[in-house]
Write a new protein. Structure first.
Length: 115
């Protein structure tokens, strides 16, 4: 609905430009000359060219951001994998530590009066 309203406002502005800028102008494009072009065509053409150029700049920026985000995602996955491996290693070392404590306690003589 908002798009439709925006489209109506923009088209109304273009109609207003077309009614008030009917003056014929000559366009010089390098060595070519176009004569008898209404001024509102020049205005609307310039606006569309600017919008297309802005869209292309935005598109290039979006592609660059997407590639950088992809690189960051791969680094995050690699870090999570490394964290998981380190957590497993810590668990293994804790188990080995407990085994060593239990084996060293087994050398001590048992107290028959202990609870």
């Amino acid at each position: 609905m908002l798009t439709l309203i925006l489209l109506l406002v923009v088209s109304g502005a273009m109609v207003y430009l077309a009614q008030n800028n009917l003056t014929q102008v000559t366009l010089q494009l390098g060595t070519y000359a176009l004569s008898g072009v209404p001024l509102f065509y020049v205005i609307i053409g310039s606006m569309l060219a600017g919008l297309i150029l802005a869209y292309l700049v935005h598109l290039i920026n979006a592609v660059v951001v997407a590639f950088s985000m992809r690189g960051k995602d791969s680094k995050i996955k690699q870090s999570k994998k490394e964290i998981a491996e380190l957590t497993k290693r810590i668990h293994q070392l804790e188990l080995e530590n407990e085994k060593m404590k239990n084996s060293s306690e087994g050398v001590e003589p048992e107290d028959p009066n202990a609870l």
